[in-house]
Design a protein. Structure first.
Length: 279
């Protein structure tokens, strides 16, 4: 297990902004993706795509219309560096609807019939009862061009991202304007960070929801700092170092899952909020 801490290298370009960034880093877990091409991965290993762990007690999930959901990822908590407030055993799985719209196409359906995503926790004592299953999705919003991707966790002191509401509010209190050359420089530096994370941290928004619009999220919105929600899992499109190993979410975008801190402590994943945003 890797207990080193990933930090943002304070290059000279950051120097003018260090007073503004002081105290803004958040401890999270960076998830590094490694392309794999074998057909027999570890049953309960952490990965994006590939086969999912399935057991009689945890069968393949379906939406409200009995269509199989699309397997996105699973994370074995025992594989991750230990952190306060994060469970240390069991498997968390992430599924979305295979609807051609990244699990967000249910707005045309009855809300009681629709389930656009599912996040579930499988305790470690279930591992001996399971097997691996793969899906054959019709989903056009995810391109999984070769194999699957192992996930490796590393402690990460993440700086803010430029479009996160809480950081924008922070910069306004300090009189900083993103609509300047300095603002553009800082945005580029911050948004070049690693964005695939687990268990807290700063969200990465592809679109500007708060800078120019001055929109203020409601207190119950997961973007609001007082909502009680944290990022459970954020997955950025991966293009890799080779053209034969990549996947794309919503035209190169990002998928995000939020959970309330109280629900995480109770291992209750039934109310996880899901977003997917194109680049």
């Amino acid at each position: 297990m890797d207990n080193t801490v990933l930090t943002v290298d304070p290059t000279p370009e950051f120097a003018p902004f260090l007073p503004l960034l002081e105290g803004t880093a958040r401890r999270t877990t960076a998830l590094h993706l490694t392309p794999r091409h074998d057909t027999n991965p570890h049953l309960t290993g952490s990965r994006v795509r590939g086969p999912a762990f399935i057991s009689p007690s945890y069968p393949w999930p379906t939406d409200g219309c009995s269509n199989p959901l699309f397997f996105l990822a699973q994370i074995n908590l025992a594989d991750l560096p230990e952190r306060d407030g994060i469970p240390t055993s069991g498997l968390i799985q992430f599924f979305i609807a295979d609807d051609g719209d990244m699990g967000l196409g249910g707005y045309m359906l009855d809300a009681e019939q629709w389930r656009g995503h599912l996040v579930r926790y499988i305790p470690a004592d279930e591992f001996s009862h399971g097997h691996a299953e793969t899906d054959s999705p019709a989903e056009d919003g995810v391109i999984d061009s070769c194999g699957y991707f192992d996930l490796h966790g590393q402690l990460y002191d993440q700086l803010p991202t430029s479009r996160a509401y809480e950081f924008i509010a922070h910069t306004r209190r300090h009189g900083f304007d993103f609509d300047t050359d300095d603002g553009l420089d800082l945005s580029e530096l911050l948004d070049s960070q690693h964005h695939t994370i687990f268990g807290g941290g700063w969200i990465y928004l592809c679109e500007d929801l708060f800078q120019q619009t001055h929109h203020v999220p409601a207190p119950t919105d997961p973007h609001h700092p007082d909502s009680g929600y944290i990022v459970l899992f954020q997955l950025e499109s991966y293009f890799g170092d080779h053209s034969d190993a990549a996947f794309m979410l919503a035209d190169g975008g990002v998928a995000r899952f939020y959970i309330h801190r109280d629900d995480l402590a109770a291992l209750d994943f039934s109310k996880v909020i899901y977003e997917c945003e194109s680049s």
